[in-house]
Design a protein around this ligand. Structure first.
Ligand SMILES: [Zn+2]
Ligand SMILES: [Zn+2]
Length: 240
């Protein structure tokens, strides 16, 4: 194990039913990432903008903004809530089509947003899937995720937030390490995923957003401590 790999775990082959057993996605190396002209902050587009959709309220939204700022090293804010895109509602399913919401958001993205991420409280689906936790474009800067299936867990909400925002910064699913960018078929699977980025994805983030590892880890450690997430704080502290 190299020094930079310390504390990180490589993935074993997937169990039956896990995301990687169903979707055979290639690994995205750092070199692939850089060569792919990823979406990253620039002179005008540099803000992380959380967009509440419909009736999502509460301190969780502020927490999300603080977490995004620490995690991605971006200036972050939340914009005033917008109504849900009603054309995306499919009555026979009782769900909203995430791809349509995403399309609507892409048209409305603020000029200064490098990440424009909608958060909804309603159940979402995408073509061919019974439900989705979220959907984000790897090329564009708009995405959406839902709290509907997270059973009120703040940890799950924050994990999903960074996963989707990671996609908006052009990070693909991680297939090599235990990592927040791993794909997931359901709560049982995503609950096994960690909050952190693996070394390869961390390198991408540092390159894309110009974050300094030590500084970022300090902020995250403080964030986790404030929430009483001592195990996460501990893991971070051991990396700095
Ligand atoms: Zn994903
Ligand atoms: Zn990873």
């Amino acid at each position: 194990m190299t020094r930079t790999e310390e504390g990180f775990e490589r993935l074993a082959p997937p169990r039956r039913g896990e995301w990687r057993s169903l979707f055979h996605e290639p690994a995205q190396t750092f070199e692939d990432y850089v060569a792919g002209a990823p979406n990253r902050p620039g002179a005008t587009r540099k803000a992380f903008v959380l967009q509440p959709l419909g009736d999502v309220a509460g301190p969780i939204l502020d927490r999300m903004v603080d977490y995004a700022a620490a995690f991605f090293g971006l200036e972050a804010r939340r914009d005033p809530a917008r109504p849900l895109f009603e054309k995306a509602y499919v009555g026979t399913r009782g769900q909203y089509n995430s791809s349509m919401i995403l399309g609507d958001l892409a048209e409305r993205a603020p000029a200064d947003a490098v990440v424009y991420l909608g958060v909804a409280g309603v159940d979402l689906f995408a073509r061919g899937k019974k439900f989705v936790f979220g959907e984000s474009s790897l090329e564009g800067r708009a995405g959406v995720f839902s709290l509907a299936r997270l059973e009120g867990s703040e940890r799950r909400a924050l994990k999903l937030l960074t996963h989707e925002a990671g996609h908006l910064l052009s990070l693909a699913h991680c297939v090599t390490h235990r990592c927040v960018m791993q794909g997931s078929n359901g709560l049982e699977e995503s609950d096994r995923h960690p909050l952190h980025l693996c070394p390869e994805d961390l390198r991408k983030l540092e390159w894309a957003c110009g974050v300094v590892r030590r500084e970022r880890y300090r902020k995250l450690e403080a964030f986790y401590r404030a929430l009483g997430w001592d195990e996460d704080a501990h893991w971070i502290a051991a990396r700095t």
